[in-house]
Design a protein around this ligand. Structure first.
Ligand SMILES: [Mg+2]
Length: 221
């Protein structure tokens, strides 16, 4: 039977179309500190925890020879922009229908996101259908060691659901997320975003068992 023990879903860029908003917020915040972030670098921030992205952006600012802000100074610029934009994030194509179908088939599900509790609650509030997924591994989860691209988030989700990681289907859009799911031993479905640089698309393909045009393309018997 073409059915997994559980489905493990990323949130940003996979269930909700938040990534353009995150990218715009990081881009504007970095610009405030003298750094232009090209698309390739913005892609590298996808799927990772906020604190890891702060470290990365500060490292790039230092590399560019600019005065490096503290994490608090960078987030004081980035967060208000992100929070304003994220209120309007739409569902990704096929996301809601897929979750409803999996619920009807009684397939276990978990959310595996690098976003912290506050951000997840804010982003999910306009989308009650996301409540179909009750198990959640969050970026600031007290039981989580390291974040994506390490395998820990997907391993923790499988453990909480009481299933083997190898019997789980993981759904991701980002490179860090796909690498995390692959390292955990899940069957990795990747829905690549549009307008990806060729190098990132190649790396995504290398970490994916299946590439999907959208979540609406998944077939289950
Ligand atoms: Mg993502």
């Amino acid at each position: 039977m073409n059915r997994p023990a559980a489905c493990l879903f990323d949130l940003d860029g996979l269930l909700l179309d938040t990534e353009p908003h995150h990218a715009r917020a990081w881009s504007q915040a970095a610009a405030r500190f003298g750094l232009l972030l090209p698309p390739g670098r913005l892609m590298r921030l996808r799927g990772r925890r906020r604190s890891d992205n702060v470290d990365q952006v500060c490292a790039w600012i230092a590399e560019a020879g600019q005065a490096v802000p503290t994490a608090a100074e960078l987030l004081a610029v980035q967060q208000p922009i992100a929070q304003l934009l994220l209120r309007g994030a739409a569902p990704m194509p096929g996301a809601r229908v897929l979750l409803e179908r999996l619920r009807d088939l009684q397939v276990a599900m978990a959310l595996v996101t690098s976003s912290g509790r506050d951000a997840v609650e804010r982003k999910c509030a306009p989308h009650p259908w996301l409540g179909i997924i009750s198990e959640r591994v969050l970026g600031d989860d007290p039981e989580l060691g390291v974040g994506k691209p390490a395998p820990d988030p997907f391993l923790l989700a499988a453990q909480r659901l009481g299933v083997a990681p190898g019997d789980c289907w993981a759904f991701e859009d980002s490179l860090a997320g796909a690498q995390s799911a692959r390292a955990a031993g899940c069957v990795v479905h990747v829905v690549p975003g549009t307008e990806l640089p060729a190098s990132i698309l190649g790396e995504l393909q290398a970490s994916a068992d299946h590439l999907l045009g959208s979540l609406a393309d998944l077939r289950m018997s």
